[in-house]
Design a protein around this ligand. Structure first.
Ligand code: CMC
Length: 378
């Protein structure tokens, strides 16, 4: 067998062939099925983009209406899932609640039929439809309230915002939220997608695939960074404190949250769109002083780390958008999951189409031929 060089983090090593999305990290380009995200953010909706990613083409009007109808119809969660969630500790992180709930959903659909397109479609619809309901239900139940029933007259994003606090959202907010989901839905072979594909390659069910990916997304180096950005802005507190904060981070070699990316060596194109969305929200609903701190951070980080290709990533501005919508900080990553589930499912489908179980190798650097030492001699 060919011996390859070990690359920590598998940097630069292709883990799959995929036609779902494409990134050019030098030029700052991201495409879903060949379409630039800027165009999708302007003209598409989250559900239409999800359809594009999963089924490989933009839907016709009728196909889109059918898909939207199916998702709407499956939004309610089973009372047994809701009762299970009620038993979760209120202090637990919503990502853990989501991971457990997504896995539990699989208990109800244990007849795996991975060669059946109907099974694939039903699973896709069910997961896209119920994940937002689970996130909203946990949010209300941890405050001691009953979950709010989904509203059939509201579209996907407006309904999620409504379920969070039982108030119909402002239309601009709902549209901006929907664009955020479009921006977060897919991003080539990132950690959680890799996790989804590895799990999928064992031919387990899609609920296990999504649960494993949710677990991977939660870490602070991946989707969890958006929460940490807000905590960092809170800690910095004022524009004057930005420079000393960054200098401290550089000296102590700690990472500045919301900056840097394995692939992008320029500003993440999603961060550019999100920054613009944040500005639209500030114009309508009032300024946020955290935005001034963020802008100053961008300038100072560029000055200090621009030569290394460290610029804002998606998580830098998404938190500011969600904060302006009044969404609690620890729901930012579950919202990332609401979007990314469609990307994971597109990869699940693609993995199944040409499956071979993932079984990489390792570079063993341990000992050999060691004899067993009895316990009283150690
Ligand atoms: N702050 C300060 N220095 C940084 C940062 C940062 N945020 N990111 C990278 N660097 C430096 C790093 O110290 C290293 O320097 P040197 O070569 O001198 O040792 C160099 O840049 C390469 O960094 P790395 O950690 O080897 O790069 P990576 O590709 O393994 O990690 C990353 C990518 C995103 C995990 C990393 O940039 C990071 O930890 N960023 C902060 C966390 C964050 O914002 N994560 C969200 C990522 S985007 C969305 C997502 O994936 O969900």
């Amino acid at each position: 067998m060919m011996v390859c060089e070990y690359k920590p983090g598998l940097e630069g090593i292709p883990a799959a062939q995929s036609s779902i999305s494409y990134v050019d990290g030098q030029k700052g380009i991201l495409e879903y099925r060949g379409i630039r995200i800027e165009e999708l953010a302007e003209k598409s909706t989250f559900l239409e983009t999800a359809y594009l990613l999963i089924w490989g083409k933009l839907p016709s009007k009728e196909e889109l209406e059918t898909f939207e109808h199916e998702v709407r119809y499956h939004r309610r969660i089973k009372y047994r899932i809701r009762d299970m969630m009620k038993c979760f500790p209120e202090s637990g992180h919503p990502m853990d609640a989501l991971q457990a709930s997504a896995a539990a959903l699989g208990l109800f659909y244990s007849l795996r039929d991975l060669h059946n397109p109907v099974y694939i479609r039903d699973s896709v619809v069910r997961l896209i439809a119920t994940i937002p309901t689970m996130v909203a239900a946990f949010q209300l139940m941890r405050k001691g309230n009953d979950p709010v029933r989904p509203r059939d007259d509201l579209d996907y994003s407006a309904n999620f915002l409504y379920m969070l606090d039982e108030r119909e959202p402002d239309p601009l907010m709902a549209r901006i939220f929907d664009i955020c989901l479009i921006l977060q839905v897919e991003h080539t072979m990132n950690a959680s997608t890799f996790s989804a594909r590895v799990t999928a390659s064992t031919l387990t069910d899609p609920y296990a695939v999504v649960a494993s990916a949710v677990g991977t997304l939660g870490g602070p180096l991946h989707g969890g960074a958006n929460e940490e950005v807000i905590q960092m802005l809170e800690k910095i507190g004022s524009v004057e404190n930005v420079r000393p904060y960054i200098e401290d981070c550089l000296q102590s070699k700690s990472k500045i949250m919301g900056f840097g990316h394995r692939v992008y060596k320029v500003k993440d194109p999603r961060a550019i769109i999100l920054q613009n969305l944040a500005e639209q929200l500030f114009e309508k609903f009032g300024h946020d002083k955290f935005y001034d701190i963020a802008q100053e951070m961008e300038l100072v980080v560029e000055e200090k780390l621009g030569s290394k290709g460290i610029y804002p990533n998606i998580d830098f501005y998404s938190g500011l958008v969600y904060r302006k919508m009044g969404i609690p900080t620890d729901l930012f990553t579950p919202i990332f999951a609401i979007a990314r589930v469609a990307g994971w499912l597109a990869h699940w489908k693609e993995q199944l189409a040409e499956n071979r179980i993932f079984r990489p190798t390792q570079v063993y650097n341990g000992l050999h031929e060691i004899t067993y030492t009895p316990i009283d001699k150690r």
